[in-house]
Design a protein. Structure first.
Length: 198
């Protein structure tokens, strides 16, 4: 999908995807649609899903966020978790030292803007109390900056196997004004990789 567009067109489409996904909330039938069985908590699905992610612009300090993978999985406690997987040259080091785990919550509003959404990926401090990790995944570790500063990615379902998100750095300090961590993030499910783990 990404290869069919010029970089400029792709970046514009990613930015528009959030707005397009927002029109879904105007139709009650569409508002209930989900891009993933795991994310809709359908029938106790215990799978591991991989997603390819692309943003239309991130800060230089975390430039790798322009292209990354994410994994979603269900813990033994029945909750859904995920992790951001760095795809850069330094991926091996960063993925083992800072696995960037998050918790998935059902949420219907982007806190900083009050716009509708479906889910939130809450990063917290990274020290999740997980006892069962998918095979090959490292143990949770404290998040580095800026992910340790109350980062939340708000998610909208765009279509089957497609999500769009907005990442916000909401800050631990009460007086801190929330700011976007990067531009909108397009997430496309990797059915080949996800199928290997089901």
């Amino acid at each position: 999908m990404y290869a069919a567009c010029t970089p400029y067109v792709l970046l514009r489409l990613i930015s528009r995807a959030w707005e397009i996904a927002g029109t879904r909330y105007e139709d009650t039938k569409l508002a209930k649609k989900s891009a993933s069985n795991l994310l809709s908590n359908g029938d106790g699905v215990k799978s591991l899903e991989f997603w390819n992610c692309r943003t239309s612009g991130g800060p230089m300090s975390i430039a790798w966020i322009n292209f990354f993978k994410k994994a979603l999985f269900c813990g033994k406690d029945g909750k859904t978790y995920g992790r951001v997987i760095d795809e850069s040259v330094l991926a091996g080091i960063s993925n083992s030292l800072y696995p960037l785990y998050f918790m998935v919550r059902q949420l219907n509003e982007v806190m900083p803007t009050e716009q509708p959404c479906d889910l939130a990926y809450e990063f917290g401090d990274g020290l999740l109390d997980l006892h069962d990790y998918p095979q090959g995944f490292p143990k949770a570790a404290k998040h580095p900056w800026p992910f340790n500063d109350q980062v939340v990615i708000y998610i909208r379902h765009l279509g089957p196997g497609v999500l769009v998100g907005q990442a916000w750095q909401e800050g631990e300090a009460l007086q801190q004004v929330p700011k976007k961590l990067c531009d909108e993030i397009l997430m496309v499910k990797d059915y080949n990789l996800s199928g290997e783990h089901q």
